[in-house]
Write a protein that binds this ligand. Structure first.
Ligand code: ZN
Length: 595
C-alpha cells in the first residue's frame, strides 16, 4: 500500500506540501505521473506545471530522478521503500484544480497526488493535515474520502483510504472555517459545505433541494449508489461552475445566487443554483457510473474523445430543471422559462447549423472548452442543444407510446445495464435503447438530431403538450429570452457588445451580420456612433427605433488605430424563445411535469 500525506507550511504562498511513501516500488525504476486533465472537464490542463521541488530518497539517500515527459518522472532503480516529496502551487480558485490561502484550501487529487505507475489499482492511504499556522487552527475538513482514523467528527482532519488511484482523485477536499448544512435524503446523510462570504437561508435551500434530489433517486430506483453525499460550495462575488464526483460535487457560485434570510423571492440566479446542484447530483448516475466505454477508466495522460458527451451533459441538463418542477421546487412557468432560455442560447448561434452535438462532443477538448470570439458562428454546445435533444427524445417517446414510455425508462435501463455489467456505454447503445423502448425504429430521427444540424421539431412536439412557442427579437444585449417582451429591437447590428467602464467593446460578430459587413470585428472598441460617444444604452435605444437599411456612422479603435465605417442595419433575427402554456388542462403536460 502507498501512503500519501498532504499539508501546508505556507498557505499564504499557496503551496501544498505532499509526501508519498511507496513501500514496494518498481525495482527497475519507479515511474510517477500526474494527470493532464480532470474527469468531467474536457481540457488538457497540465497539472504538473504546478509541481516543484520533487525529490525522492530511500532512507537517507537521495536518488536520481529523470523526467520522461511533461508529466512523468522516473526514479533510479531501487528496490527499497521510496520517500517522495514535492510541493504543489495552488492558486486557482476553480472547481477543477487546487487553491490555498490563509482563508481556505481546496484541492482535487488530480492536482496534488502523483500516481504510482503500475500500482494504480492498489489501495492507498492518505493523511490530510491542517496548515501549520495559528490562523488555521480552527479549520475543518470536508471530503467524502473514506475515513480510517475512527474519528466520529466527519469534519475532522485525519486519515483516509481509497481503493485505488481513480478513487483517490475522485473525492475533492475542502478545508477552512466553512459553514456546514446537514440533511438526509431517504436516510442518506447529505452535507453542504459553504466557504467564502455570504448570507444563507439554510432551511429554504434544504426545503427546495431535498425533493429534487429525491426525484433523481426515485427515477433510478433505490438504493442510491452513494453512502453519503457532499456539496462543496465556494461562494465568490461573481462565479459559476460545477464538477461532478462519485459521491460529492464541487460548486462555485456567486453570493447573490444563494437565498438570503428574510428574502422570499425566487430569483433567476437562485433557480439556476438549484439547477446546478440538481445537475451535479444527477451525474452521480449519469457519467460517474453510466459512462462512455472510453471513460472506463479514462486515460488521464491525453485527450479521450467520445461523440457521447451530449448524452451525459445534455440529458443531465434536461433532468436538472425537470426534477425541480416535478418536485414542486419551481413552478411550471419557471420551468418553461428555463427551457426557453436554453433554447434561446442554442438559437442565438448559427454554429448550430454547422456542427452536430456528436461532433461538438468529440471535439470538446479543442472547441467547446477553448471557445474564441467565433464560437457562436462555428460550434454548438453539447450541453444546451444536447438538452433540447433529450427533450425531443422524451416528448417523442411519450407521444408515440401514448404516455406509457419516456426517457425515464431509457435512463433506468442504462442504470440496470450498468449495475449488471459495470460496462461503459458504446456509441449507438443509447439510440438502440430508445428504439427498444419506443417499440419502433426512430434511427433516422435520432441520427438527424444527434449527427445532423437541421432544426429540431420542438414546436410540433411542444404543441402536443399544450405549449405554444413564440419567437421574438431581442429587447437588449442582455436579453436571454424566456420572458415575453412588448418592446423589441426593430433592426439588427449583428454583434454582441460589452460595456467595460468607459469603453464599449465588440465581443463577437455574427457571420454575414451588419457589423461584420461594415468591417467590424471582435475586440474593436466603439468610440462614437453618429458623432456621439458610444454606449450600450445608446445603441440599445437606437435599435428599438431604427429600421433595417438605415445606417450608423461608427468611429472605432482597432488596436490603437482610429477607424471609421458606415454600418447598414439588417433585419432582426427572431432568436429569443418564449414558451407559454396554452392549455393548462392538457393531460400530456400534466403527466410529463407531474402536475
Ligand atoms: Zn454536467
Amino acid at each position: 500500500m502507498n501512503y500519501y500525506r498532504i499539508g501546508s507550511r505556507n498557505p499564504a504562498g499557496h503551496y501544498f506540501h505532499v509526501e508519498l511513501i511507496i513501500e514496494q516500488p518498481d525495482p527497475e525504476g519507479q515511474k510517477l505521473r500526474l494527470p493532464t486533465w480532470i474527469p468531467g472537464s474536457y481540457m488538457i490542463r497540465e497539472f504538473a506545471r504546478n509541481l516543484i521541488d520533487l525529490s525522492i530518497s530511500n532512507g537517507d539517500k537521495a536518488l536520481a530522478v529523470n523526467q520522461l515527459d511533461k508529466t512523468t518522472w522516473q526514479v533510479e532503480a531501487c528496490d527499497q521503500a521510496l520517500r517522495v516529496s514535492y510541493r504543489v502551487y495552488a492558486w486557482d480558485l476553480s472547481v477543477r484544480s487546487a487553491h490555498l490561502d490563509q482563508t481556505h484550501g481546496f484541492f482535487n487529487g488530480s492536482s496534488v497526488f502523483l500516481e504510482v505507475v503500475g500500482q494504480q489499482h492498489q489501495p492507498c492511504r492518505v493523511t490530510i493535515e491542517a496548515p501549520a499556522l495559528t490562523a488555521c487552527q480552527h479549520w475543518r475538513l470536508a471530503t467524502t474520502l473514506s475515513r480510517q482514523d475512527g474519528n466520529p467528527d466527519r469534519f475532522a482532519f485525519g486519515d483516509f483510504l481509497a481503493d485505488d488511484y481513480q478513487e483517490l482523485i475522485d473525492h475533492p477536499v475542502e478545508m477552512g472555517e466553512f459553514q456546514a448544512v446537514s440533511f438526509d435524503v431517504y436516510g442518506i446523510p447529505h452535507d453542504m459545505v459553504f466557504s467564502g462570504r455570504f448570507e444563507l437561508d439554510e432551511n429554504r435551500l434544504v426545503n427546495d433541494l431535498t425533493p429534487a434530489l429525491m426525484q433523481h433517486i426515485d427515477l433510478f430506483g433505490q438504493p442510491a449508489p452513494m453512502q453519503r453525499y457532499l456539496f462543496l460550495v465556494m461562494v465568490v462575488g461573481n462565479g459559476y461552475g460545477g464538477l461532478e464526483h462519485r459521491s460529492s460535487t464541487s460548486l462555485m457560485c456567486s453570493r447573490d445566487d444563494l437565498p438570503k434570510p428574510g428574502q422570499s423571492k425566487k430569483t433567476d440566479a437562485y433557480r439556476q443554483f438549484l439547477g446546478l446542484c440538481s445537475h451535479e447530483y444527477f451525474h452521480s448516475w449519469n457519467v460517474k457510473r453510466i459512462k462512455p466505454a472510453v471513460f472506463n477508466p479514462p486515460d488521464l495522460s491525453r485527450e479521450v474523445h467520445t461523440p457521447l458527451l451530449w448524452a451525459f451533459e445534455g440529458i443531465t441538463s434536461y433532468y436538472d430543471d425537470l426534477a425541480l418542477v416535478r418536485a414542486g421546487s419551481i413552478t411550471p412557468e419557471e420551468y418553461l422559462e428555463a427551457v426557453a432560455m436554453t433554447w434561446t442560447r442554442v438559437q442565438r448561434g448559427i454554429g448550430r447549423m454547422r456542427q452536430s452535438i456528436a461532433d461538438s462532443s468529440f471535439n470538446a477538448w479543442t472547441k467547446f472548452y477553448r471557445q474564441d470570439e467565433n464560437a457562436g458562428n462555428a460550434i454548438v454546445s453539447y450541453y444546451t442543444k444536447g438538452m433540447l435533444v433529450a427533450l425531443c427524445i422524451d416528448l417523442t417517446l411519450r407521444k408515440t407510446s401514448n404516455h406509457q414510455k419516456s426517457l425515464d425508462d431509457v435512463m433506468r435501463q442504462l442504470w440496470q445495464r450498468y449495475l449488471e455489467t459495470a460496462q461503459g456505454v458504446s456509441e449507438k447503445e443509447i439510440q438502440q435503447l430508445v428504439n427498444e423502448i419506443a417499440g419502433s425504429d426512430l434511427t433516422q430521427l435520432l441520427d438527424q438530431w444527434i449527427y445532423g444540424t437541421e432544426e429540431l421539431p420542438l414546436e410540433t412536439l411542444l404543441d402536443s403538450f399544450g405549449i405554444a412557442v413564440e419567437y421574438r427579437a431581442s429587447n437588449s444585449f442582455e436579453d436571454k429570452g424566456g420572458k415575453a417582451s412588448d418592446s423589441v429591437h426593430q433592426a439588427s447590428i449583428g454583434c454582441e457588445l460589452k460595456q467595460q467602464g468607459e469603453f464599449l467593446t465588440i465581443v463577437s460578430t455574427r457571420e454575414e451580420g451588419a457589423a461584420q459587413k461594415a468591417g467590424l470585428s471582435a475586440g474593436d472598441l466603439l468610440v462614437a456612433i453618429n458623432g456621439v460617444k458610444a454606449s450600450v444604452m445608446q445603441i440599445n435605444d437606437l435599435l428599438l427605433r431604427m429600421q433595417p437599411g438605415e445606417a450608423l456612422d461608427i468611429s472605432y479603435f482597432r488596436r490603437d488605430e482610429l477607424m471609421q465605417t458606415r454600418l447598414s442595419l439588417q433585419s432582426v433575427v427572431l432568436d429569443r424563445i418564449v414558451l407559454k402554456v396554452k392549455d393548462e388542462k392538457n393531460e400530456a403536460l400534466s403527466q410529463w411535469l407531474r402536475l
